[in-house]
Design a binder for this molecule. Sequence first.
Ligand code: UDP
Length: 253
Amino acid sequence: MARRKKIYEGKAKILYEGPEPGTFVQYFKDDATAYNAEKRDVIEGKGVLNNRLSEFFMLGLNHIGVPTHFIKRINMREQLIRSAEIIPLEVIVRNYAAGSMAKRLGLEEGTALPRPIVEFCYKDDALGDPLVSEEHIIAFGWASQQDMDDMIALALRVNDFMSGLMYGVGIKLVDFKIEIGRVWEGDYQRLIVADEISPDSCRLWDIKTGQKLDKDVFRRDLGNLTDAYTEVARRLGVMPANATQMTKPTLIN
Ligand code: UDP
């Protein structure tokens, strides 16, 4: 059988041509990278977990009327997605200070922010994805003023959905990153959530113990990454297809 045409290979995923125009197949690899790929490893099973978790989050978002690129999961590692023109920005939403923000502003990690804060980083590995302002984004034409308003509204809806979902299973959503793409419907363009939403792109802390259940486990050598992601999947009732038992979301008292 002819191999699908590869469109793009990133650090954690591969994009292949889809079965129909306007679609791609997104393949989740087991590769983990951090600090702009200075630290790297292959973590068996990570791709399978992220495929399932991203499916779960994107389906939920679609369900509440937040448009995403997700169409359907094809198998353990692949999902069918809508092709979109990715805006070259990482859209970060923060509820608590952590990571680069804690460092930049001298805040203790875990400090609650007065309200969710949306940040934008310009996607450029060679530059280390620098933080940029609305002024930069509009002046350089990466997005329009209308796009900015739409991106912020979209990001905050994703934040409310994800925060609530996580709170229900005893997890604090500290921050997360999404990517946003443009799709055309006739003469109209609209923005949709693209890429992935998974513990690779969120900070997730257990509410009671503060235990980290996200990629910081890998970045900071805090233990076994698949165990952490499996715990998130288990609490949400999302298990890999080969799991022997499907569980319902577990309420944490
Ligand atoms: N993030 C991401 N990809 C990136 C940079 C950040 O998914 O290239 C996520 C990261 O997992 C965290 C949030 O965005 O949930 C904020 O990351 P931060 O700016 O604190 O960067 P870091 O400390 O990871 O360098």
